[in-house]
Design a protein around this ligand. Structure first.
Ligand code: PLP
Length: 305
């Protein structure tokens, strides 16, 4: 039996619709001015991973942009549950979006807009597919673009100001690679197009302390590293230190812990996923069975056959 929701489900204008039918009003300034924030939470094996942490970050992002969420945390959770239930997906990429909305009577005053909430659940998205984990990511340090300054666009507020990241992506492709990593204007490492980065430097695991999104996967990795007795912390990482790292990896909800095996065409370490990287990758997926991180989805009664 088909439900129409197999490719995903969306919540738009208070209605649940198949994701391919979801439409955004063209006058919503989320679309035309990038006046929007969002968050992405994963569903793995039928349970949300760190749902409250994602929703708390989403609320902070909204507050950072002076957006008013029209739904409470409990209502949002209910909507997301229903989206995943409708889709029937056991592994899903669940996106929540809050836009400034549609101007009333031609007003340009953002205070007068009615902020809008959208959400959708689609099949899980991989930045690096699991079958490619051993090969790893081919990354470049972007030479043609720097991360937009945090004083202009706060990277801890999840945003769609992706001009710099998209330019980095094109540079990576032009150079025969796929994954850009951007420096800030002082030459320190920030993040990539949809992922945080980690580097093993002098026997310590480092991740940029500023200039990047405070990723939930990044946080999970820092917690797991502490549990494993791996020395890990956030710090300023110079380009030189990053280039000298013995291991590199990227982290994202869309793919977890992803080894970086080459940088600017040169192998990282032995050109294979490093020991610490592999251990944390394994622990990351084990954590997806740990009840303290999970919010199980109620899929309702199994369909009769
Ligand atoms: N950095 C950027 C720019 C991102 O867009 C993302 C995720 O979309 C991340 C980092 C990783 O964040 P998380 O681990 O919360 O998915």
């Amino acid at each position: 039996m088909t439900t129409g929701f197999e490719r995903g489900a969306a919540f738009v204008d208070g209605r649940f619709v198949p994701v391919d039918e979801a439409r955004v009003p063209i006058t919503d300034v989320g679309f035309s001015r990038s006046d929007v924030t969002y968050d992405v939470v994963g569903v793995w094996d039928g349970a949300f991973f760190r749902l409250d942490d994602h929703l708390a970050r989403f609320e902070r992002s909204c507050a950072g942009l002076r957006l008013r969420l029209p739904f409470s945390r409990a209502e949002t959770t209910e909507i997301l549950m229903r989206l995943v239930r409708l889709s029937g997906l056991r592994e899903s990429y669940v996106d929540v979006i809050c836009t400034r909305g549609v101007p009333r009577d031609g007003s340009r005053d953002p205070r007068t807009f009615e902020n809008r909430f959208y959400a959708y659940a689609i099949p899980y998205v991989w930045i690096l597919r699991p079958e490619d984990a051993e090969t790893g990511m081919d990354a470049v340090i972007a030479a043609t673009v720097r991360r937009i300054p945090a004083s202009s666009v706060d990277p801890t507020v999840k945003n769609f100001h992706w001009g710099d990241l998209t330019k980095g992506l094109y540079e990576a492709y032009d150079r025969g690679a796929r994954y850009p990593i951007l420096l800030d204007h002082d030459g320190y490492v920030t993040e990539g197009s949809g992922y945080n980065v980690f580097a093993m430097v002098g026997g310590e695991l480092l991740t940029p302390e500023a200039g990047a999104l405070e990723g939930i996967t990044r946080r999970t990795v820092l917690e797991l590293a502490a549990e494993e007795g791996i020395r890990a912390r956030s710090a300023a990482i110079s380009e030189q230190a990053f280039r000298g790292a013995t291991e590199l990896f990227a982290t994202s909800t869309a793919g977890g812990v992803m080894p970086i095996t080459s940088l600017d065409g040169e192998p990282v370490g032995a050109g294979l996923p490093g020991q610490v990287t592999s251990l944390l990758r394994e622990r990351y997926w084990q954590a997806h069975k740990d009840p303290r991180y999970l919010t199980p989805v109620d899929y309702g009664p199994a369909p009769a056959h």
